[in-house]
Design a protein around this ligand. Structure first.
Ligand SMILES: C[S@@+](CC[C@H](N)C(=O)[O-])C[C@H]1O[C@@H](n2cnc3c(N)ncnc32)[C@H](O)[C@@H]1O
Length: 257
């Protein structure tokens, strides 16, 4: 066993997070750079520091994946999603889940689309593994670069300008239920009409990705939709009873065997 493998075991004991389910080269590159920044020359030293100074664990979580997000990333895909969800045969109340939502831009984007479609009956759960990202999400304050795809009229209708950035309206913020959740180890919600999970599967090993996609398929109602990121095409979607209905949008068409 090499030093990094031992570190992954130590980290699992410290946090319950299994780093071996993430693609190793990029994970090791990022964590080695953080380890060096924090003044540790070896992984055993790094593990010891983390056990003595748990506040550093947040820095590791920040490094594991990038928390970068923005409102309506790839706007044309959101427009397409809105057509399928709000103008299709689905009936409310809707049950939606924004998984790996980072700092909240995706669930709030979805909530804005719902409001524009005149839909108010939504149960919207938004989760991430990173509690720091979730605190930002609950605060709901964003900078210009996160709002590039938000139109002027949306900015006026759904945000307030404050000295520290643009704050999402309280009514929108309060309609999203944020909760910490690890896609690789926690139980999934059920009977969902839509799961949004973008730009996190790319970090996972093939085995971990298989676990997440099959859990998503079980969590969806028949007819429910899975919305993935724009580099996250599913090659064997049908094995999960998921069928592509538009780029990066999959529909569950029958119950799982
Ligand atoms: C690149 S961000 C994607 C944010 C957003 N979905 C988007 O596409 O704009 C990746 C997010 O995945 C989260 N993440 C990483 N591993 C996770 C896991 N095992 N379970 C849940 N979230 C995870 C990170 O904390 C981070 O917020």
């Amino acid at each position: 066993m090499d030093e990094f493998e031992q570190f992954m075991i130590d980290f699992l004991h410290l946090t319950g997070i299994d780093l071996s389910l993430y693609k190793r080269p990029q994970m090791e590159r990022r964590l080695t750079s953080l380890r060096n920044q924090l003044g540790c020359d070896t992984y055993p030293q790094f593990a010891e520091k983390l056990s003595l100074q748990p506040e550093w664990l947040h820095r590791v979580l920040d490094k594991m994946t990038i928390n970068v997000s923005e409102f309506f990333r790839n706007r044309e895909r959101w427009t397409m999603l809105s057509t399928y969800i709000f103008k299709g045969p689905m009936t409310h109340p809707f049950r939606f889940w924004s998984a790996a939502c980072s700092t909240g831009e995706e669930p709030y984007s979805l909530r804005i689309l719902a409001s524009q479609a005149g839909v108010t009956e939504i149960d919207l759960l938004a989760t991430d593994i990173d509690s720091t990202a979730l605190s930002h999400a609950r605060q709901g304050i964003y900078q210009q670069h996160q709002l590039r795809e938000v139109t002027k009229s949306e900015l006026a209708a759904y945000f307030q300008e404050t000295p520290v950035g643009w704050q999402i309206n309280r009514e929108i913020a309060e309609s999203v239920h944020f909760q910490q959740h690890n896609l690789l180890s926690d139980p999934y919600p059920s009977a969902l009409d839509l799961i949004i999970c973008r730009n996190v599967l790319i970090y996972f090993t093939d085995g971990a990705k298989h676990h997440v996609i099959s859990e998503f398929a079980k969590a969806l109602r028949t007819g429910g939709l899975l919305f993935l990121g724009s580099t996250e095409q599913l090659l064997h979607a049908k094995e999960y009873s998921l069928y592509p209905v538009a780029p990066f949008l999959y529909q569950k068409l029958s119950t799982m065997p």
